[in-house]
Design a protein around this ligand. Structure first.
Ligand code: 4AD
Ligand code: MG
Length: 449
């Protein structure tokens, strides 16, 4: 047995002068001279490394000499107050054992690597500081999301990964077949683009529900914000309209941001300094004010009157492109903004039609640096309106028979949204490319590892 082991973070929290400990981890840096040797140890429990000291009057720098950067080691030593700055304790090493050696061709030799280089090394990049901070915040963010909903009595529903219909009606589906190219399930099936349609059935029984899982889009968008596989959080609430949804979304975004800021202070100090200067303050000050709201019509008016020259045309009926979304959030509102009531033909079939049919009860939440992070709507709860909308769009109604049935049996006004998990992580951390916000990115033309 090799355990129990003490995480470095726990050992440091309980450290006292002269206290002996046994630690395991990987050597991140090495500095050895004639008189003294230093190795920096990291086991992933915290961002900072622990300084291992090999003084001449101890086991000596020779003991550190054969241990290479990247090696996995087990050390025994005693804590002493650190002479170096930025750390309270260092470890005087009494014994070191190389558990797994690391030869010279280890790709993470130098201190700084480009994000592009590290993407080619997605199996090793978790060992860098940037990714250690990112994946720790990713973990904390997932927990904060669950905490938010669980504290409010929402039921987490595991909607299927294998979907029978196209939720968004946008045709960005990965089709599933067996190796012979045959439909396995007796009818067409796909990787899900959203759990929404399925979770609506659960909102019609448990009132407040959410999904949180991976979603897939065969969308040929080669941008820093689109991935072919990404995670989405989708709350769905019954007996609710669009206003109720906006209240929920605002409370949600603010709460989860505050929770991770608190829980991951060390990681956020790193992002603040090295990834996006001032990102913590930017996010917390803008989030703690109430979010702006404007209709699509008002948003277009602002864009037209801005006099800015955009790459994509602006004007009533035009689609809101990322550059427009960023202008609205970054320059006009200087914070998050809900845009609501989009033209019907720009949005999905399931959104609730306005009385004159020209707009739907949709909302996108736009934030600085990214643009859209949430897409949601009040749903069309009227069977006749839903059916005629499916037909008007020329959509095949057969796959949606059960979705229509939800409108026949105890239908209620209800609403929901989807938050892109990686986009939220990017917003909080300042990480600029979605490929660097997910463990093993899948993007058009690339699914390595
Ligand atoms: O706006 P979307 O397409 O909305 C839906 O899927 C609804 N069914 C959600 C709902 O109402 N339950 O996607 C929701 C969010 C977007 O705002 C964006 O943050 C993220 O999912 N998203 C992506 N993130 C990364 N890569 C992609 N290709 C994404 N497409 C959408
Ligand atoms: Mg959207």
């Amino acid at each position: 047995m090799l355990r129990p082991r003490t995480p470095i973070k726990t050992a440091l929290a309980n450290a006292s002068d002269g206290q002996s400990v046994v630690l395991s981890g990987w050597v991140r840096n090495k500095r050895v001279s004639k008189n003294i040797g230093f190795l920096e140890l990291n086991d992933g429990s915290m961002l900072a490394n622990l300084q291992l000291v090999f003084p001449k009057d101890g086991i000596g720098p020779e003991a550190a000499e054969p241990v290479d950067k990247g090696a996995a080691v087990r050390v025994e030593g005693r804590f002493t107050p650190s002479k170096g700055k930025g750390q309270a304790w260092e470890l005087q090493v009494d014994a070191i054992k190389v558990v797994g050696a690391c030869p010279e061709d280890y790709p993470l030799q130098t201190k700084r690597h480009s994000m592009e280089f590290l993407r080619e090394k997605a199996h090793l990049r978790p060992r860098t500081r940037t990714f250690a901070a990112t994946f720790r915040v990713r973990n904390a963010l997932a927990m904060a999301i669950h905490n938010f909903f669980q504290e409010r009595g929402f039921l987490w529903v595991h909607t299927p990964i294998i979907a029978a219909s196209d939720c968004e009606g946008a045709g960005e589906l990965f089709k599933i077949t067996d190796l012979e190219g045959q439909d396995f399930f007796g009818s067409e099936s796909f990787l899900t683009v959203s759990g929404q349609l399925n979770v609506e059935g659960f909102a019609s029984a448990y009132t407040d529900v959410y999904t949180f899982g991976p979603t897939f889009r065969a969308e040929n968008s080669n941008t820093a914000r689109h991935a072919s596989e990404f995670w989405m959080i989708e709350p769905e609430i019954a007996f609710a309209d669009l206003d109720d949804l906006l209240v929920l979304a605002e409370d949600f975004i603010r709460s989860i941001a505050n929770e991770v800021h608190e829980r991951c202070a060390e990681d956020f100090a790193f992002f603040n300094k090295w990834i996006e200067k001032g990102v913590v303050e930017e996010v917390s000050t803008t989030l703690n004010k109430s979010f702006a709201r404007m209709t699509y019509h008002e948003a277009m008016d602002v864009l037209v009157k801005s006099g800015k020259s955009f790459e994509y045309a602006v004007g009533e009926g035009a689609a809101l492109q990322t550059e427009h979304e960023r202008f609205l959030a970054e320059e006009y509102v200087k914070g998050p903004v809900f845009v609501t009531d989009y033209p019907t033909d720009q949005k999905a079939f399931y959104m609730r039609l306005s009385d004159d049919g020209s707009t739907v009860g949709a909302t996108d939440l736009l934030v600085p640096r990214l643009g859209e992070i949430i897409g949601g709507s009040q749903r069309e709860e009227r069977l006749d309106v839903l059916t005629s909308e499916l037909e008007r769009r020329g959509m095949e109604t057969a796959p949606y028979w059960w979705y229509q049935e939800l409108r026949r049996y105890g239908s209620t006004p209800h609403a929901g949204f989807g938050l892109g998990f990686e986009r939220m992580l990017m917003y909080l951390t300042g990480v600029k490319n979605i490929r660097d916000a997910i463990p093993y990115p899948r993007t058009p033309g690339q699914a390595l590892f």
